[in-house]
Design a binder for this molecule. Structure first.
Ligand SMILES: Cc1cc2nc3c(=O)[nH]c(=O)nc-3n(C[C@H](O)[C@H](O)[C@H](O)COP(=O)(O)OP(=O)(O)OC[C@H]3O[C@@H](n4cnc5c(N)ncnc54)[C@H](O)[C@@H]3O)c2cc1C
Ligand SMILES: NC(=O)c1ccc[n+]([C@@H]2O[C@H](COP(=O)([O-])OP(=O)(O)OC[C@H]3O[C@@H](n4cnc5c(N)ncnc54)[C@H](OP(=O)(O)O)[C@@H]3O)[C@@H](O)[C@H]2O)c1
Length: 438
């Protein structure tokens, strides 16, 4: 069976490494001239959302691949240049660089009647593959506010999305009045950066967030405990207590009280934003209501003069190479069995298409091993009705737990996901053995 991998970001290289080690015939197509995707600052593919000051917010030990540690000389939360170098080293360490076709984008992938996939690349070639591993990333297609705010067409200042913020011009915010919209990690980082040179920085949000520090008790917070398998209400209570001790009430910083529990939203992690708020260098605001030629008007009726508005409003999950009637993610929602297997379409697998509370990379590696089990006949899927019931159960629990938002359509808990996947691989291996005996 030959396999096509789309993309050589951290998810695509995890897929390629698993295929390489398991002896599969495969091609990996990568638009850029190098691996690393989002972590390649100013990536020539135009798809990286990294800015000059970006550091990871999931700690090094949670992000590194299990079989290839990051150098011990790296700090707990390395810079993007460290991370890009690490992914590069991973490819050389496992020796599969020659299996990646660089500067070659997949333009079209369509299933054939026999279950194989026809893949057309932007050099005009079409090849046939037994299976497709999709690792094109989900943080590159900017989602602007929908609908646009009234007056955004008359605003005379600069409006940009965080995807386009590169942060290489020290004068970009200097002397400007800046409104940053959102309460995710992009908004935190960009508001902090603006606050050091802008005349005024306003952080606008339509809902509050629990701002989680990178460190607690002198250790990266995501390494203090795992709580895998512990009921959600217990975890929530533990997290609430830790945040009460370590951070305190969000309202003390002028931020709105979150309308949800601390584990009911994708984590907003920042050591710096609370300090900049406390120093009065960032002024919190409610959502933007409208813009005028020179000002931004907020939902509480207050109005400020503004030169720059940065929309940190997240990303759209898109697959430009699929016929959207066949595979798409309206509202960022693509239901999959354990975030990998399509419930109806065979031989297409999604790698890294999930939002963990924790890092994506070790999960993408586990997914890739799982797919290799399947492709080599060592794993059999549950019967279709059981698979659909499993998917529905998982989705219902996720949507019940998380704030309704397009950013919460594929949330998983890092340790639980890894444990569940290991369990499912064992179950499927038993099914495969039973099928062979029939
Ligand atoms: C600012 C920012 C900070 C982040 N910080 C963290 C963090 O600290 N920890 C964490 O775990 N996650 C973080 N993330 C999430 C991020 O999605 C992952 O870190 C990681 O980049 C996912 O890797 P990926 O390979 O799935 O996607 P990407 O890194 O986006 O890589 C996708 C690759 O696919 C290629 N590609 C796409 N389409 C095609 C095509 N049609 N043909 C050929 N090649 C194609 C692209 O060129 C790219 O190289 C962050 C995201 C952002 C935006
Ligand atoms: N340092 C780091 O490692 C780092 C830095 C940046 C980003 N990241 C990662 O990159 C991914 C994307 O993060 P992100 O911050 O860019 O996006 P995000 O997590 O999707 O957050 C988007 C924010 O914008 C708000 N929003 C969306 N549409 C809006 C609208 N029309 N009006 C008002 N508010 C709106 C959302 O509010 P609701 O919650 O109400 O929807 C949310 O607060 C995440 O996985 C994040 O962890 C990491």
């Amino acid at each position: 069976m030959n396999v096509c991998v789309i993309g050589a970001g951290s998810s695509g290289i995890a897929a390629a490494k698993a295929l390489h080690e398991r002896g599969f015939d495969f091609d990996c197509f990568e638009k850029s001239d190098r691996v690393g995707g989002n972590w390649v600052y100013k990536n020539r593919n135009g798809m990286s959302s990294a800015y000059r000051s970006l550091h990871i917010n999931t700690s090094r030990e949670r992000m590194e691949f299990a079989d290839f540690a990051m150098p011990k000389s790296y700090p707990d939360f390395p810079h993007h240049t460290h991370i890009a170098a690490y992914f590069d080293a991973y490819v050389d360490h496992f020796g599969f660089r020659d299996r990646i076709t660089f500067q070659t984008g997949v333009e079209r992938a369509a299933p054939a009647a026999d279950g194989s996939w026809e893949v057309t690349t932007d050099d005009g070639e079409t090849r046939r593959y037994g299976a497709l591993m999709v690792a094109n990333g989900h943080h590159w297609d900017a989602r602007w506010p929908e609908p646009a705010f009234p007056g955004s067409d008359v605003f005379a200042g600069v409006q940009l999305h965080s995807h386009d913020y590169v942060g290489d011009d020290p004068d970009f915010f200097r002397g400007k009045r800046v409104v940053v919209l959102g309460m995710g990690n992009s908004a935190m980082d960009i508001a902090v950066e603006s606050s050091f040179s802008a005349t005024a920085t306003y952080l606008a949000a339509r809902r509050g967030a629990w701002v989680i520090p990178k460190y607690l008790f002198g250790r990266p917070l995501d390494q203090i405990f795992t709580l895998a398998g512990v009921p959600l209400w217990v975890r929530t209570r533990v997290m609430r207590t830790l945040l009460r001790i370590g951070v305190g009430d969000m309202r003390r910083y002028g931020l709105p009280q979150p309308d949800h529990g601390p584990l009911a939203a994708h984590p907003t992690v920042s050591d710096d934003v609370l300090s900049r708020l406390a120093h009065g260098e960032i002024a919190p605001k409610p959502n933007i209501a409208r813009l005028t030629e020179r000002t931004v008007v907020f939902a509480d009726g207050s109005e400020v003069e503004a030169d720059i508005v940065v929309y940190c409003t997240g990303y759209r999950v898109t697959f430009p190479f699929f016929d959207p009637d066949l595979i798409s993610a309206p509202g960022n929602d693509l239901p999959l069995f354990r975030r990998v297997f399509h419930p109806r379409i065979p031989n297409v697998f999604f790698i890294g298409l999930l939002q963990p509370l924790g890092a994506i990379m070790p999960l993408a590696a586990a997914q890739s091993e799982w797919v290799c089990d399947y492709l080599s006949g060592r794993y059999a899927l549950p019967a279709p009705a059981a698979l659909r019931a499993d998917m529905e159960r998982e989705r219902a629990a996720m949507f019940k737990r998380y704030v309704a938002s397009k950013r919460h359509t594929m949330q998983v808990d890092y340790d639980d996901y890894l444990a569940d996947l290991a369990k499912e691989r064992r179950r499927g291996a038993a099914r495969a053995r039973a099928n062979r005996l029939r």
